[in-house]
Design a protein around this ligand. Sequence first.
Ligand code: NDP
Length: 252
Amino acid sequence: MVENLQKTVAIVTGASSGIGRAIAKNLAAAGSNVVLVARRKQRLNDLATEIEKANGQSLPIEADLTSSDEAIRVVNETIDKFGTLDILVNAAGVMLNGDSIETPVKDWDAMVNVNLRGLMYLTKAALPHLKESAEKSDRKVSDVVNISSVAGRFAASQVAIYSATKFAVTAATEAWRQEYTRQHIRFTVIEPGKTATELFDHRVGENEAFEKMFGKVEELQADDIANTVHFIVTSPRRMAINEVVIRPTDQA
Ligand code: NDP
């Protein structure tokens, strides 16, 4: 991997698992100082050790992003340690789909609280620092990459609230893009299809809609999404990639 993110600082949420973990490793390999955020501290510590062994730098921070105070603390600890913030990747998410009569309202709340509120709190706390980095850093640009979903473009039966949170992520990303692009903060939304991670283990019971939608496709790998993020954040300053849909080739 070419070390083209030297001297940058990146926060990656969802770094304890799946897509977030792969993105964190990828950015660290490219020279970024990566702040690893999730609730499972041991997993973050293990990843930090792995990154260190590969001569990278990271800072694991255990945080529950459903709290605005926690999101603010993540950004404050990042600035205390590294002095700046250039890249924010919001990958933390939960998916608890199922029959809407059977699904407990706490599962819907959990998706809204992590997928939307968590992303919203952290983005808000990070924005002043991203703005400063876009003005003062060598890159003269900063990046926010939000992981939405194909469910953020197409609604499906039994996926109502997950889909609603991801449509919201897609909408907020576009609105923020318009608000901050002249200040050289690039906003990108990535909408992956089925990717081999623990996400599908969150869900209880069968999900007919998902089975129908996906069938037996050859899933994407978390590294496929990480490589896409790498391409986005290392693109030249003049080039902003606003939206990327990535489906498994077999996924109709
Ligand atoms: P994983 O379940 O593997 O990872 C989810 C991550 O979110 C974990 O690191 C988890 O960490 C973190 N997380 C969950 N709740 C919180 C919380 N309250 N505070 C902080 N972190 C939290 O799933 P994926 O890697 O697949 O998911 C990453 C993103 O990609 C999600 O936004 C998901 O919606 C999206 N996506 C995934 C697809 C797929 O097919 N896998 C397809 C489309 C989009 P911890 O539990 O340690 O807190």
